[in-house]
Write a protein that binds this ligand. Sequence first.
Ligand code: PLP
Length: 327
Amino acid sequence: MKIPPRLRLANLPTRIDRMQRLSAELGVPVYLKRDDETGSELTGNKVRKLEFVLPDALAQGCDTLITCGGIQSNHARAVTAAAVRLGLASVLVLKTNTPPPCPDGNYLMNKLLGAEFRFISEQDYAGRRDEIMDDVKKELATQGRKAYIIPEGASNGLGCFGYYQCLHEIAAQEKEMGATFHTIVVPVGSGGTYGGLYAANKMLNAGKRIVGFNVCSTAGEFRERIAGEVREMLQTGGGQLAFANSDIDIVDGYVGLGYAISREEELDFIAKIARTDGVIFDPVYTGKALYGLYHEIKKGCFDAGKNILFIHTGGFPGLLPKRAEFM
Ligand SMILES: Cc1ncc(COP(=O)(O)O)c(C=O)c1O
């Protein structure tokens, strides 16, 4: 597989620590890869993807990045922060009927970083976001600007290379640590994180179980979507890989009340882990996925003798607008 050009943006490699108290409670060794420490403004899993997407934007001579997401999208914030670093403008197409009067979390960071916004309804976001981003691109062209569109979550053929390379990083860390991570667990929101790991695992014959916990939509829809992203990545890199969609291991059942909506037990779980292991998980992605993993381990779905590596994909700014719910 030919690896596309890469722009160094993230602090890598990220650390791997054992979650001591959680592992003791569950009787299964759980390790944490701290991709929440890839940076500060430019932090979380999206930075790894942008390292492969942005060289293409620069090669095309663009002056503006357009992307989309929820009002608290970590991805949109990472794109804005990267745009500023590269001397580019950013336009964010965000899903909200009414932007909050008092900016908070990622939305506040986007305001500070100088993003332009277009707010669209949930319905338009679901059905027309790509078309709307195209319209913004055309509108900017009439002003002499050249925009580059990054799809939701940067989960495309280029973005998937971020976690394709991350599996190589993990393999090198396993050698250093003298440990093997039999299972790797990630939250799934747009699929590219899972897709990159999945493809690398197959291509390296690493023999790991790659498990995703979807935080929206359904496992079936994500199997289709991730398969498409992996095919796009293979096409981009000229790689060959035979795989079946049914082999994409997504555990459904932990979306709870819906995307970015929290149940009391999920927030209690985040507070419990903060107090026992000293790590803060976000309520939208990592908190839901770790909550899911915790319950699946309790049900006996994971082998006690096998090390699990959970990738903490970031999302801390999304916790702050939830402060009232935590109270
Ligand atoms: C903090 C965080 N974790 C996980 C994810 C999910 O990653 P992916 O979109 O690659 O499935 C996202 C974004 O969707 C995210 O912002």
